[in-house]
Design a binder for this molecule. Structure first.
Ligand SMILES: [Zn+2]
Ligand SMILES: [Zn+2]
Length: 153
């Protein structure tokens, strides 16, 4: 089980945040943006309401870019150590994709599936029995339902 608020922060500790509402869903993203931002093979995308996110220490730096699907995105990160905290839409879509590895406690995090499998590294193992999408899911409803069925909150 997990408890609210979710808390986390950047590697150097200058930027700290709280999330006051349960996530909408959690999945693994293998898009090339997530690979580059993380410097790794994928990101653990914890989708949360923008309005539920509050920075409790530090002010995030901001960057904008165009995603693999051609939409403008923004990222909030620590200007001191560079740790990315969230990505969001421009204009706002109402939700942030929180980088799951920045949570203080990741023990409860269980992704429901994998997105952008087309650019996944060939040696990566997908979530067992999980949902899959070659790019962006046609419909996020099954992802949301699968996450809610976990009953983490
Ligand atoms: Zn930092
Ligand atoms: Zn991604």
């Amino acid at each position: 089980m997990a408890s609210l608020p979710l808390i986390g922060g950047c590697m150097c500790g200058a930027l700290r945040y709280e999330v006051s509402a349960p996530p909408v869903m959690i999945y693994i993203c293998h898009c090339t943006n997530c690979q580059r931002i993380s410097g790794s093979a994928f990101n653990v995308s914890v989708i949360v309401a923008e309005a539920a996110v509050r920075f409790t220490a530090g002010d995030p730096a901001r960057v904008e870019w165009v995603s693999d699907r051609g939409s403008t995105r923004c990222g909030l990160f620590c200007g001191a150590c560079g740790t990315r905290i969230v990505n969001g839409g421009v204009p706002s879509t109402g939700v942030y994709s929180l980088r799951g590895g920045t949570l203080d406690d990741t023990s409860w995090v269980q992704p429901v599936g994998d997105t952008y499998t087309r650019s996944a590294q060939p040696w990566v193992t997908f979530v067992e029995g999980g949902l899959r999408a070659e790019t962006v899911p046609v419909d996020y409803a099954p992802f949301i339902a699968a996450y809610q069925a976990q009953g983490r909150f």
